[in-house]
Write a protein that binds this ligand. Structure first.
Ligand code: CP
Length: 309
């Protein structure tokens, strides 16, 4: 697939990585790359969502996901509505189901939904006419983040096949890791988790993923190191910050434990100085953080364009 032609995704909703076939994955990555070239060259793209209404409904804070879906929809010609949840009738104890069905009845053609509740998307998508895209559900999945990370790696390395990707830090509470590990393994990468024991997922989850409890062991031979924020808002007992920094903060010296020229990623939001040093995050030769943000727009364009055909 060259990305110039539009493919129709096989799923009705995009709630999880497993909703996508191998052909869907190839088509999204190819189309994202093509959209990225168009965006870089400031070339117009086909307005495939003209006349369509996209509703962004975020029950949890967001900068990257909300605004890149907003921009992606607008680039494709959609009418985009960002629901101001804090000023909506949710504050009058309206059930989320009624909010979603109300927006659906207004003529939404696609709804981008972020919730704290990991089960909400499944339930709500069964009650809407329009497709639903999961923009993050609790600690479980964030499929478009995994897709944009894969698109960033494909652009940087040509392929994920054969790469070793070390996902470091608070894996346990990370929906980015949840979707990422599934997608990266499907695309041929080896994925490792590197974290203190209490920040690793339960043993029965991702049972075929190697686990390391120190950066010294876990980064050896890695092509890519992904840092994750401590998601303290999802923890009952957050770890002492100084001990975490001393053992797990990524810096240039620690990245040198990985392969020569290894790249560092971070899905954001970053807590500078805690899971990653500012100088490493800002080092354009080593850090893909802003490439991820850029590919987030192109990848979300590719998803919208091929889901709403
Ligand atoms: N990576 C990510 O989901 O960031 P936001 O929470 O800012 O959307």
């Amino acid at each position: 697939m060259n990305g110039v032609t539009q493919h129709k995704l096989s799923c009705e909703n995009l709630l999880r990585i497993d909703d996508l076939s191998d052909d869907d994955l190839a088509a999204i990555l190819a189309r994202a790359r093509w959209f990225a070239e168009c965006l870089t060259a400031k070339k117009p793209v086909p307005p495939s969502l003209a006349g369509r209404t996209q509703i962004n409904l975020f029950f949890e804070d967001s900068t990257r996901t909300n605004l890149s879906f907003d921009l992606a929809g607008k680039k494709l010609g959609a009418d985009v509505i960002n629901v101001p949840v804090a000023a909506s009738s949710v504050n009058k104890d309206e059930d989320i189901l009624d909010t979603v069905q109300t927006l659906d009845a207004m003529g939404a053609d696609v709804m981008i939904l972020r919730t704290r509740d990991p089960r909400a998307h499944e339930r709500l998508s069964q009650r809407t006419r329009c497709p639903v895209i999961n923009a993050g559900n609790g600690t479980i999945e964030h499929p478009t983040q995994a897709l944009l990370d894969a698109a960033t790696l494909t652009r940087t390395f040509g392929t994920l096949n054969g790469l070793t990707i070390a996902i470091c830090g608070d894996v346990r509470h990370s929906r980015v890791a949840g979707s990422g590990v599934q997608l990266f393994q499907r695309l041929g990468a080896t994925v490792r988790f590197v974290a203190p024991d209490d920040l690793l997922p339960d043993r029965e989850l991702f049972a075929d993923t190697e686990r390391f409890s120190t950066l010294e062991t876990g980064l050896d031979g890695a092509d890519v190191v992904m840092a994750l924020r401590l998601q303290r808002e999802r923890m009952e007992n957050p770890p002492p910050i100084e001990a975490y920094i001393s053992e797990f903060r990524l810096d240039h010296d620690r990245l040198d434990l990985a392969k020569d020229g290894a790249k560092v990623m971070h899905p954001g939001p970053m807590n500078r100085g805690i899971e990653i040093t500012a100088s490493l995050a800002d080092d354009k030769a080593r850090s893909l953080v802003l490439d991820q943000v850029f590919m987030g727009v192109a990848t979300r364009m590719a998803v919208l364009d091929q889901l709403i055909v």
